[in-house]
Design a protein around this ligand. Structure first.
Ligand code: ADP
Length: 211
């Protein structure tokens, strides 16, 4: 967040003289308390200042980078997700390639007839299968997909920074967002989170347009 020159002056005053009341900050700037109210609200909300009743404002000591880190650590998967594209495990590799093009995604999630997650198909899984002399129009995707229990998943309430770490650790492009079904023995796919969603988050952070 870019501070205005008045907000910077307020931070300086609180840094040097805090805890200090809004009234006294206003006096030092020869302004009214009412004029300062929006600036104090912004600085408190952004985490630069803290306010205690009957004590006043004090400086939190957090730098811009620390505040940004605090903000990022509160963003959940739910804030940046996409709809999942799922296919049945019985469809052919050829049909999965068509689905990937038609749906314009890089990862397909594979489900069984009960819509329980059983596999993941990436672009390279399909490319690899296409390199051989296999009959793509008759082979089911179930023979080439990455299977449960080797699928890395996440939940809507997980932190996005944890997802980002998993994508780096596992060297994959995205995760299915799941809910537990059958008393925790299976997962239903309710969303998708990919490197693209995390790039969108980066752009929003840079533009200070966090949702
Ligand atoms: P690509 O293979 O096109 O580079 P990825 O890096 O996402 O795409 O996939 C690498 C491998 O990891 C593939 O074999 C894929 O099936 C598998 N994979 C992709 N997503 C996951 C996931 N969430 N959990 C486990 N394995 C995955």
């Amino acid at each position: 967040m870019e501070l205005t020159s008045r907000q910077e002056k307020i931070v300086e005053i609180v840094k040097n003289s805090g805890p200090i009341t809004g009234e006294h900050i206003a006096d030092q700037l020869s302004l009214t308390r009412a004029t300062l109210r929006p600036d104090l609200a912004i600085l408190t909300m952004a985490g630069y200042l803290d306010a205690r009743p009957r004590v006043g404002y004090f400086y939190t000591g957090k730098t811009g980078t620390q505040l940004l880190a605090d903000k990022v650590k509160h963003i959940t998967v739910n804030d940046y997700l996409s709809r999942p594209v799922v296919v049945q495990q019985s469809i052919t590799i050829y049909d999965a390639i068509c689905a990937m093009f038609l749906e314009d995604v890089g990862t397909l999630f594979v489900v069984d007839t009960d819509t329980t997650l059983v596999g993941v198909l990436s672009r390279k899984d399909l490319l690899r299968a296409s390199l051989g002399k296999q009959a793509l129009e008759s082979m089911p995707v179930s023979i080439i997909m990455t299977r449960m229990p080797n699928i890395t998943v996440c939940k809507k309430e997980d932190l996005i920074i944890e997802v980002a770490s998993k994508l780096i650790d596992k060297q994959i492009d995205g995760l299915p967002i799941v809910i537990e079904v059958d008393r925790g023995s299976g997962y239903e796919v309710v969303g998708r989170i990919t490197k693209t969603n995390i790039t969108a988050l980066l752009v929003d952070l840079a533009n200070d347009e966090m949702i």
